[in-house]
Design a protein around this ligand. Structure first.
Ligand SMILES: Nc1ncnc2c1ncn2[C@@H]1O[C@H](COP(=O)(O)OP(=O)(O)O)[C@@H](O)[C@H]1O
Ligand SMILES: [Mg+2]
Length: 258
C-alpha cells in the first residue's frame, strides 16, 4: 500500500553537523492495517512522516503510495491522499478560524485556489452530522474560533479533518502526547473508531507501548533510522517489547507512560 524504497536523508550534509537520519531505509505498510511506530527521541520518526507527506524531500529513494510513485508530488497534492494529525493540538487546525471554516478547509483539501467563499452552505448539514459523531457538542459551536477549544477538542477536530476525505493513508504523530491521560484515551478510542469505520491504512507514531499494543495491528521499533523490531501485534509480549527497547536505548522515555 505504502512502499518506501532505499530512502536516504541527511541533514547538513558535508558540514560538521552532518546528520544521517536514513541510509537506504526500506518499509512496506500493509493496506487497512494500523502500524505503530516506536523509537526514542531523534531516531527519525517525524522525519519519515515529513518525507512521506512531502514537507521534506529525501536525498534518495522512492515513496510509492498505492502503486504510484509520489516523489514528484508537492505537499498539497499529497494531502489529497494523506491525512495527518500532529502532536501539537494547534498544528492540524487554524486557531483563528471557526470550526465551520476549519472543516470547510479540509473539505476543499487538494482543490485549486478559488474565489468562491470558503464555506459552502450546502455542505453544512454534512459537517454537522460528522461533528456529532465526535460526541463533544462541537456541532453547536460552528462559529466558535478553534483557539477557544480545549486540546482534546482540537485533536478530535484535527482527526475529523484529517479523515474527512477518507485518505489512503493516515499519519498520526504522537497525537495524544500533549493530552492528559483521560483525554488521551478518549482520542485514541475515537481514532480507532474512525480508522475502523473507514478502513484507513494508518501509521501511528507513539511514545506509549501500551497504546501501540492496544490499538495497532503491527509494531515497528526504530533506532537511528533503522528497523530494530517488526512484529505482528500479539506475537511478543509487552514485557519483551520493553526489554528490547531498554536494551537498545539509554533514553527510557517510552516507559514513562506505563
Ligand atoms: N528540518 C530539520 N532540519 C535539520 N535537522 C532535522 C530536521 N528535522 C529533524 N532533524 C533531525 O533529524 C533527527 C531525527 O529527528 P526526528 O525525525 O524529529 O526524530 P523523532 O521524531 O524520532 O523524535 C534529529 O537529529 C533531528 O534533530
Ligand atoms: Mg517526532
Amino acid at each position: 500500500m505504502l512502499t518506501i524504497n532505499n530512502l536516504s536523508k541527511c541533514f547538513y550534509k558535508g558540514t560538521e553537523n552532518e546528520n544521517i537520519v536514513f541510509n537506504k531505509f526500506n518499509l512496506n505498510i500493509n493496506s487497512g492495517e494500523c502500524t505503530a511506530i516506536l523509537g526514542s527521541n531523534g531516531c527519525g520518526k517525524s522525519t519519515l512522516f515529513n518525507i512521506i507527506s512531502g514537507i521534506l524531500s529525501q536525498d534518495n529513494g522512492d515513496i510509492i503510495l498505492s502503486d504510484r510513485n509520489i516523489n514528484n508530488l508537492k505537499e498539497n497534492e499529497r494531502s489529497k491522499y494523506i491525512g495527518r494529525v500532529h502532536q501539537d493540538p494547534s498544528m492540524g487546525v487554524s486557531p483563528s478560524l471557526t470550526i465551520l471554516e476549519n472543516i470547510s478547509l479540509s473539505d476543499k483539501k487538494g482543490q485549486k485556489f478559488s474565489l468562491k467563499p470558503l464555506v459552502n452552505k450546502n455542505r453544512i448539514e454534512e459537517y454537522v452530522s460528522k461533528l456529532k459523531t465526535l460526541d463533544l457538542g462541537l456541532e453547536n459551536k460552528l462559529n466558535t474560533e478553534v483557539k477557544f477549544l480545549s486540546g482534546g477538542q482540537r485533536q478530535s477536530l484535527s482527526l475529523l479533518m484529517a479523515t474527512f476525505k477518507k485518505p489512503e493513508l493516515l499519519l498520526l504523530d504522537e497525537h495524544t502526547a500533549a493530552l492528559d491521560p483521560k483525554t488521551s484515551k478518549l482520542i485514541m478510542d475515537k481514532t480507532q473508531e474512525l480508522i475502523n469505520t473507514h478502513k484507513i491504512t494508518t501509521m501511528m507514531i507513539s511514545h506509549n507501548i501500551r497504546d501501540a499494543i492496544n490499538y495497532s495491528d503491527r509494531i515497528i521499533m526504530l533506532k537511528k533510522g533503522e528497523i530494530i523490531l517488526d512484529v505482528k501485534n500479539g506475537e511478543i509480549t509487552e514485557k519483551e517489547i520493553i526489554k528490547i527497547y531498554n536494551s537498545k536505548n539509554e533514553d527510557h522515555s517510552l516507559l514513562e507512560a506505563i
